[in-house]
Design a protein. Structure first.
Length: 301
């Protein structure tokens, strides 16, 4: 039996544990939140080190990959280095495989017609391959990176502009404390202000990105919207249903009512291959994802 654990900076109320069988092997997959406590996060990774097959780094990523450049989030480095034996995955590599794959699969299956649609991407420097796929599928995009991370109401309306923005701001922003950029701990459980940026939600046909960002300023009405995200709980799905969303697409599969984050699923791949993440090629992630049955989940409301 293989054991995979995601240690997350997020709320412990979103913890989940499943036992499943993948490719004939039994897995225990679990997510443990530390409610934004960095010291507890490091301590838990050290406690798990050498005792589990792979660790997912949840609630924070190490890398931001924009076009042909990769930026490193400084506050994530000590968290990644806390484990000396067990491999640690932040989910970036698998996310760059699964998210565009999900867009093209739902398009090819006639689940969503992306042509001529307007997509709001909550933080495109964190979801660049998803943004690329939406553009390729026929969407116009609004990248809300400044809005959702720094509270600056300035939308970025093309991938070219996003690349220029990243080249200028990413080297500075990645040095900021992560809590300034992303809701961690108890902050991820609530909608901070449902009217502050309502117009960006209202003007979009598709809302895509990390669910905690989507929820951060989520208005009372999402009537007819297509939501592309992951890491949603049954309570999150009900929130979308109440607000009138049309379709939910999660880029990671469902396990007992919960879609885990890509850091968890990448850790599953790492455990299955018995390799360190830096030694796994994109083609291996894609091939094993297919074998493991990592399919996008579609929920129609």
């Amino acid at each position: 039996m293989k054991h995979v654990v995601s240690v997350s900076l997020g709320s412990s109320t979103r913890d989940h544990r499943v036992e499943t069988e993948l490719m004939g092997e039994k897995y225990v997959i679990e997510r443990i939140g530390v409610d934004g406590d960095y010291k507890r996060y490091v301590a838990l990774i050290k406690e798990l080190d050498g005792k589990v097959d792979a660790i997912g780094m949840g609630g924070i990523g190490l890398y931001l990959s924009v076009k042909d450049r990769t930026y490193i989030i400084r506050s994530a480095i000590p968290l990644m280095k806390a484990a000396r034996i067990t491999p640690v995955s932040d989910g970036t590599a698998l996310r760059d495989v699964l998210e565009p794959r999900a867009v093209f699969k739902v398009r090819d299956r006639n689940i969503v017609d992306f042509k001529g649609k307007k997509a709001l991407i909550t933080c495109a420097v964190d979801r660049y391959r998803l943004a690329e796929a939406l553009v390729e599928a026929g969407c116009s995009v609004v990248c809300a990176d400044l809005i959702f991370t720094l509270g600056i109401p300035v939308p970025i309306k093309s991938l070219r502009s996003l690349d220029r923005f990243a080249r200028i701001f990413a080297p500075v922003v990645t040095k900021l404390p992560f809590g300034m950029l992303y809701p961690t701990g108890k902050r991820e459980e609530k909608v901070e202000n449902p009217v502050k940026h309502e117009k960006y939600y209202r003007e979009a046909d598709i809302i895509a990105g990390d669910f905690n960002y989507i929820k951060r300023y989520m208005p009372d009405s999402l009537h007819g919207k297509v939501i592309i995200t992951n890491t949603v709980t049954e309570a999150n799905i009900e929130e979308l249903r109440i607000r009138g969303a049309a379709v939910l697409i999660t880029t990671t599969p469902e396990f007992n009512g919960r879609s885990f984050g890509t850091n968890v699923m990448e850790a599953v791949v790492v455990a299955a291959l018995a390799k360190r993440p830096e030694n796994i090629k994109k083609e291996e992630y894609l091939e094993l994802s297919e074998k493991l049955g990592f399919e996008p989940r579609v929920v129609r409301f």
